[in-house]
Ligand binder design. Structure first.
Ligand code: CO
Length: 203
């Protein structure tokens, strides 16, 4: 029942007001988030919670398996707004171990529309099949592919006209690749940070 959810919401709003009577008034003035988070839709990987950020601190885009499609209008509109309107300088692509989307991309049976969505991840798995074959089991292969998918996402973002143009204007945006471990709650930096177009460099 949604009543339970509404009741929890009222409890939360009341407790925030008890701590700071002006808490909600500040949000009506606008937002100035520091981070743009691109993550997986998985319910176990909520951006604000795991990064310990409150409302107003993270601008978020999530989709199945945190895929960066170069023609995804949803992601690109959010990226453009984050960069050009919010002035965000820190973009985070966050994947996670145990990702069902990544797992689906490695399975041969039909997953419906998800198979269309996950096509870039499947292709990435094929591209890196020799490296993946050396790993001990399917879980290890899926977790490595989750990392490779993040790195690919950072590369693709770095080649978008939105970021290319921002870098050409001298805006010091950094795109970081992170992976989250469901088993211990820790984020790890994959050290694939982009500060310019990674494939082609600046013109
Ligand atoms: Co996932």
């Amino acid at each position: 029942m949604v009543d339970e959810l509404l009741s929890r919401n009222r409890e939360w709003a009341a407790s925030q007001c008890r701590e700071n009577p002006h808490y909600f008034q500040d949000f009506t003035k606008g937002q100035q988030p520091e981070f743009f988070w691109i993550g997986c839709s998985d319910s176990r990987v909520p951006a604000n919670v795991i990064a310990k950020q409150g409302p107003g601190e993270v601008f978020v885009h999530r989709n199945i398996a945190n895929v960066v499609h170069s023609s995804d209008l949803n992601l690109l509109s959010a990226l453009e707004f984050a960069v050009n309107n919010l002035g965000i300088l820190k973009v985070l692509v966050c994947g996670h171990y145990g990702c069902g989307g990544v797992r689906a991309s490695m399975e041969s049976h039909d997953h419906g529309l998800a198979d269309h969505w996950l096509e870039p991840v499947r292709r990435l798995g094929v591209k890196h099949r020799e490296e993946l074959a050396l790993l001990e089991d399917d879980d290890a292969r899926q977790n490595r592919l989750a990392e490779l998918n993040v790195i690919e996402g950072v590369i693709r973002l770095s080649e978008t006209p939105i970021l290319r143009n921002a870098w050409e204007r001298g805006i010091p945006i950094r795109v970081h690749g992170l992976v989250y471990n469901l088993g211990d709650g820790l984020l790890r930096d994959l050290e694939c940070t982009a500060t310019q177009p990674l494939l082609s460099g600046l013109r």
